[in-house]
Design a binder for this molecule. Structure first.
Ligand code: ZN
Ligand code: MN
Length: 442
C-alpha cells in the first residue's frame, strides 16, 4: 500500500536491548538465558518474585546505560530512580516490572542517518520478563514459563517521532546497532531476542505541524526489513482511513511476516493504567560529576568516528571504511594488518584483500596476512616464454606421468607441477596446471 503524496509518516521507535552483564539486573543470578542448558535454572527469590526477595541494582548495568547515553549524545541525569510499572502477565512473577518512569538515566541525544537525524527522547533501564512457550505436551496444549530471562537488564531507547520513511527507520536501526556493538554492552541480536523493535506509527496531512491525535504501536518485529515493511503497510492503511474522513484507532498491532500485513492486537493502554510509583526497595541513584567522568573515559571510538579516521588516515573510500568498521574486532584487525605490513603493501591494498578476498580473521592473523601480501606483491612476473620452455622440458622428461594423466589419473598433475616448480619456484600454480593440461591433451 502506498501513501498518497499529500500525507506524511510520523514514526518514533522504541528499542529494547538486553545488556550482557554477568549477572541479572536486581539479583546475583547468571545472565545467560539464551545459552542456558535448562529452563528455570538461573533463578532466585528476587527474580521469581517470592516474598522476602529484595532487589539490589546492578552497578555495571547502570553504568553501561549511561555509557550508551553518552555515545548517543544524551544528557546524563544527576539523579535517577526506579519505579514499579504494574500489570499482570504470567511471565511477570512480581505483578510489576521495575522500570524508570519520570527520572530516566538519560535524556536527549541523536543518531545521524543519511536521511537526516533522529533525535533520542530518553534512554532508561528496566528488567526483562520471563519467557512463555506455548506448545503441546502429551497431547495437551500447554503454556510453559521459563524464568531464566526474568530480571535480565534491559535498556529501553525511545526516539522522538522524527522518522519519515521505512528506509530511514532501517538506516537508524543499523547505525544504533553498530553503536551498541561497538560499546560491547550487548550483542543486539534480534534472532536471540536480545534486541526488540517497536515502531510507533502515525500519518498526518502534509503542512500540519501538530502531532497526530493517535499512534499505532507495532510489536514483536524481528528484523530491520520487517520494520520497514510494517511502517510502509501502516502508511497505506492509515492514510486510507484518513482519506475517508476517519481517524485510525490508537492500538497495538502485530506484524504478519508471511502476509506482510499488520493486525490488531489490543487497544493501547496509557501510562496512567500502569500506576507507576517509586520502588520502595531501591534507593535512588545519585550520579556525581566524578562518576560521569569515569564512565566517559570508558567511551571507545565510535563507528562514525572510525569511518572518518580510516578515510583520512588510510585514504580509503567511504564504502571500504564502512565495511572495515562493521565491528570493533574487524576495525582492529585491519589496523593491525596495516601496522604489520611493509612496502609495497599499502593500507588500501590491505583493505582490498580483507574485503574482496574475504579473509577469515580466525584463520589468518593480521601478521600472517601482511606477510602473505608482501610475498604476493613482490613475486616477480614470469614471462610466457619461461613457462613455455619449462613446461615443454617437463613433458619431455616425464613420459610416464604424461601417459598416466592422459589415462585419467588427474592427481599425477600435482607431481608435474612440483617438478616444474623445482625448476622455477615462482611459477603461478593455477596458470602452470592450465598450460600443462593444454599441452598434454592437445
Ligand atoms: Zn535471581
Ligand atoms: Mn520497556
Amino acid at each position: 500500500m502506498a501513501i498518497p503524496d499529500t500525507y506524511e509518516l510520523i514514526v518514533g521507535m522504541e528499542i529494547h536491548v538486553e545488556l550482557r552483564t554477568a549477572s541479572k539486573m536486581f539479583c546475583g543470578c547468571r545472565n545467560d538465558p539464551f545459552a542456558a542448558p535448562k529452563p528455570n535454572i538461573y533463578t532466585c527469590p528476587v527474580c521469581l518474585g517470592m516474598p522476602g526477595g529484595l532487589p539490589v541494582a546492578n552497578r555495571k548495568a547502570v553504568e553501561w546505560t549511561q555509557l550508551l547515553g553518552m555515545a548517543l549524545g544524551s544528557t546524563i541525569a544527576d539523579f535517577s530512580k526506579f519505579d514499579r510499572k504494574n500489570y499482570f502477565y504470567p511471565d511477570l512473577a512480581k505483578g510489576y516490572q521495575i522500570s524508570q518512569y519520570d527520572q530516566p538515566l538519560c535524556r536527549g541525544g541523536s543518531v545521524e542517518t543519511e536521511y537526516g537525524p533522529v533525535r533520542i527522547h530518553r534512554v532508561h533501564l528496566e528488567e526483562d520478563t520471563g519467557k512463555l512457550l506455548h506448545t503441546t505436551l502429551e497431547g495437551k496444549k500447554v503454556s510453559l514459563i521459563d524464568f531464566n530471562r526474568s530480571g535480565v537488564p534491559l535498556v529501553e531507547i525511545v526516539t522522538e517521532p522524527d522518522i519519515r520513511t521505512g528506509d530511514q527507520a532501517k538506516s537508524f536501526l543499523k547505525t544504533l546497532t553498530r553503536i551498541i556493538r561497538y560499546l560491547e554492552i550487548s550483542d543486539a541480536d534480534m534472532e536471540k531476542g536480545s534486541m526488540r523493535l517497536e515502531p510507533n506509527i502515525s500519518v498526518r496531512k502534509k503542512g500540519i505541524k501538530a502531532l497526530p491525535p493517535y499512534k499505532v504501536e507495532v510489536k514483536n518485529i524481528n528484523s530491520f526489513n520487517f520494520v520497514k515493511k510494517a511502517i510502509e503497510y501502516e502508511a497505506g492503511r492509515q492514510s486510507a482511513i484518513l482519506e475517508k474522513g476517519g481517524i485510525p484507532e490508537q492500538e497495538t498491532r502485530g506484524y504478519n511476516e508471511t502476509k506482510g500485513e499488520t493486525f490488531s492486537q489490543r487497544k493501547k493502554e496509557t501510562a496512567d493504567d500502569y500506576r507507576y510509583f517509586p520502588d520502595p526497595d531501591l534507593p535512588p541513584i545519585v550520579i556525581t560529576p566524578e562518576m560521569k567522568q569515569r564512565i566517559r573515559s570508558d567511551l571507545p571510538e565510535l563507528p562514525a568516528e572510525a569511518v572518518s579516521r580510516f578515510r583520512k588516515k588510510y585514504g580509503l573510500s567511504a564504502s571500504d571504511a564502512e565495511n572495515l568498521t562493521e565491528s570493533r574486532q574487524r576495525a582492529e584487525y585491519y589496523e593491525q594488518a596495516v601496522a604489520f605490513s611493509v612496502a609495497p603493501v599499502t593500507p588500501k591494498a590491505v583493505a582490498n584483500w580483507i574485503i574482496n578476498k574475504k579473509i577469515d580473521p580466525d584463520k589468518t592473523t593480521p601478521q600472517e596476512l601482511a606477510g602473505k601480501m608482501k610475498l604476493d606483491l613482490t613475486k616477480p612476473d614470469i614471462a610466457d616464454s619461461v613457462y613455455e620452455t619449462v613446461l615443454t622440458n617437463i613433458i619431455k622428461d616425464n613420459p610416464k606421468a604424461v601417459a598416466d594423466i592422459r589415462e585419467g589419473r588427474e592427481q599425477v598433475m600435482m607431481f608435474l607441477l612440483g617438478q616444474a616448480k623445482r625448476i622455477e619456484r615462482n611459477l603461478d600454480p593455477v596458470k602452470t596446471v592450465a598450460l600443462l593440461k593444454k599441452k598434454i591433451f592437445k
